[in-house]
Design a protein around this ligand. Structure first.
Ligand SMILES: N[C@@H](CCC(=O)NCCCC(=O)O)C(=O)O
Length: 268
């Protein structure tokens, strides 16, 4: 029985019982598990980002978060509406994104993860979409979780794009739980979907042959109930499985060649 592909899930720094903690909410991890993947929570430290970790993974998931990318990362001043940051997460995400793309590691970004991908490619963000003339208010309602994560607005997928390849129906309805959004699109990213007000809702990394997709909505919320959400996780899982096969064969080849495999003994 082949082992399940290992997917790194970036953590957020939060405080739990007064202690600094590295946290991921369950819905991201359970969604990965439901699609046959093995989630591995990746801790984040602003002063030391471990790029070698990615060599042991078959995919990378950048989750949503109530915190926001530090505006100085995209040359902006902090807006008054921007009240929560996470410098540890920023440092890790903005280091791991180019490293993951360079090694062909399947990458899925969700909400904050979508915004991080845009910043990593030199793009900028609106810090309060609701205050931008012509754009809707994309924040979630004050309600129970089922209502907050319910489909909130239409999107149109870009014909012939990566997302449309996964989900040929070009029209869909998605949930919306964000105050920030893409202003200037990062160089090298392709638009995969837009909201009716024109706000970009999904992007892919244009030159990458593999799976490198990010969406502003939350497909991890009951993907089994939404064909588009299901298609995203199914596509990501397929890409991670394929990456796992090629990683295993590379390891086997290395073992077979008799080259010494340097095992760094961890010195506790
Ligand atoms: N802070 C950013 C991104 C919003 C976001 O990721 N919301 C979801 C948080 C909870 C969850 O993980 O579902 C913004 O406001 O745009």
């Amino acid at each position: 029985m082949p082992s399940r592909p290992l997917v790194g899930v970036i953590a957020c720094r939060r405080e739990v019982e007064g202690h600094p903690a590295h946290m991921v909410t369950d819905k991201y991890l359970s969604a990965l598990r439901a699609y046959g993947l093995a989630p591995v929570v990746l801790p984040v430290w602003r002063d030391s980002v471990d790029g070698d970790l990615l060599a042991h993974l078959d995919g990378l998931l950048l989750t949503g978060s109530y915190s926001n990318v530090e505006p100085s990362r995209y040359g902006a001043e902090q807006a008054p509406e921007n009240t929560r940051g996470d410098l540890h997460r920023d440092a890790a995400a903005l280091a791991w994104i180019p490293a993951a793309i360079a090694r062909g590691l399947p990458l899925l970004g969700i909400c904050r993860g979508f915004q991080e991908l845009n910043v990593a490619y030199g793009g900028t963000l609106h810090q309060a979409v609701q205050n931008v003339p012509g754009l809707f208010d994309h924040r979630e309602p004050e309600a129970d979780y089922a209502t907050r994560y319910a489909p909130a607005h239409d999107i149109e997928l870009h014909p012939g794009g990566r997302l449309a390849t996964l989900h040929p129906e070009l029209h869909a309805k998605v949930n919306s739980l964000h105050q920030q959004g893409i202003d200037r699109l990062g160089s090298g990213l392709a638009v995969e979907a837009r909201a009716p007000d024109g706000l970009i809702e999904a992007v892919s990394v244009a030159e990458v042959p593999g799976f490198a997709l990010a969406v502003q909505w939350h497909p991890e919320w009951h993907p089994e109930e939404h064909p588009l959400y299901h298609a995203i996780f199914q596509g990501f899982a397929t890409a991670c499985r394929e990456h796992g096969v090629s990683r295993a064969s590379a390891l086997a080849t290395q073992n077979h060649s008799g080259d010494p495999i340097l095992i760094q003994e961890s010195r506790s």
